[in-house]
Design a protein around this ligand. Sequence first.
Ligand code: GLU
Length: 450
Amino acid sequence: MSYASQIIQILKDKNPSQNEFHQAVEEVLTSLEPLLSREKKYQDSAILERMVVPERQIIFRVTWVDDKGKIQVNYGYRIEFNSAIGPYKGGLRFHPNVNVGVIKFLGFEQVLKNSLTTLSMGGGKGGSDFDPKGKSEMEVMRFCQSFMNELYRHIGAHTDVPAGDIGVGGREIGYLFGQYKKLTNRFDGVLTGKGLNWGGSLVRPEATGYGCVYFAQEMLKDRNESLEGKICLVSGAGNVAIYTIEKLHQIGAIPVTASDSKGMIYDKEGIDVALLKEIKEVRRASLEEYAKAKPSAKYTKASDYESGCNGVWSIPCFAAFPSATQNELSAKDAKILLQNGCKCVSEGANMPSTNEAIELFLNAKICYGPGKAANAGGVAVSGLEMAQNASMHPWSFEEVDQKLLGIMKNIYQNASSTAKDFGDPTNLVMGANIAGFRKVADSMIDQGVV
Ligand code: GLU
């Protein structure tokens, strides 16, 4: 059994039923095989054994009182995965399906993603099984305050810097920051994704979506292709999906879909971003409202479609941008996309494709940008927000956007040249994993057995 396979087996035995975590580790470790057999130092230093175990895992109770006066209890998590190249950095996810396995998969991915950005950020992730859907503004605020009542003692601008993820946007970061300040009496750059008036960075809300499109453009440029005039599918309707759609319009592509937990919309005229923002960001309503307001859009209810992100992946397209959540794109969906002539998949979400779907994309040799490379723009601009906070000097929109573009180009070049070096030029999964891993692993070796 290879070194990587042994570690995967031990991990599964020691962490039963953490399926998403097993999946993320298996994908990465398997793709590292060519590096591990070329360089024995990683095995000699027990790097894989160390990298799959988080440096610290914090699990806490979050107690709060709902609008009816009833006491509610949720699980809170912060998993500080790896600090070899910088303070722990990564988002908080509030979603009912959050558990230890989900946070560990996200934290593990974050370590390699942050390494690829070239900025000095380690990896961590946190969150709660709290469901913000249907909660009042005051319930969300009380929950965030209670969550921070425990979290504040573990985080710091040079220790651990959380941000947003699914269910955590500007509103939640505001309540979390307010409570952090109240408890510590410090105005620190301890969270990113802050409001512009109080230390946030321009382009942070747009960064993941814009970056994901920049990454797709880089992949396609290498094959003398472009997104201009092309039909694109986007899943999800949160921050990542919205700004992916916005950027696709800006570069002359035609994004025709969006989806939420209840269904999906297919608007062949192209998704109206202003309307989508109004429904999702202001009214926090279902996508059904979009179809009611725009006659060119067809609404499909989730229950009418058994898989494939409520039917998004069944529409013929040139490029696909999975931007909803983990495992939203199965092997069945991948087959349909490929049969319909899809040439490019750029992942805005974390681990949206199953390992079987990834295999199909790699075998078909289409442009496939794995999440940890393609969606790194979000955390990269978080890193730029930390730099602006430290220097007390805010940058302009153009300045941040240019830096984001430069970072995404660099991630592509790094992943692509590493893939070439290891003999599989179109395999950006291997390229990104090896490139991200090497920097962290070499830093761990430099810093001794700690
Ligand atoms: N949650 C985002 C991600 O998955 C952003 C994290 C951050 O900005 O720290 O990378």
